[in-house]
Design a protein around this ligand. Sequence first.
Ligand code: ZN
Length: 52
Amino acid sequence: MKLISASAAKQKGLPRYFTGKKCKRGHLTERRVVGGACVKCSLLAVEKYNAT
Ligand SMILES: [Zn+2]
C-alpha cells in the first residue's frame, strides 16, 4: 500500500487514504477519507452488526 495523506486522497477523489500508522486497535491498513475510520475496524463493525 502506498502512503497517501487524507488531504491528498481527497484531492484525487479517492475513498481511502493510508498513513502507514496503526489505528487505535492496531490495524495497519487504509483509512476512510469520510470519517477517518480504519477499513478493518469498519469491516469488524459491520460483521458485529450483522451478527446481532
Ligand atoms: Zn482498525
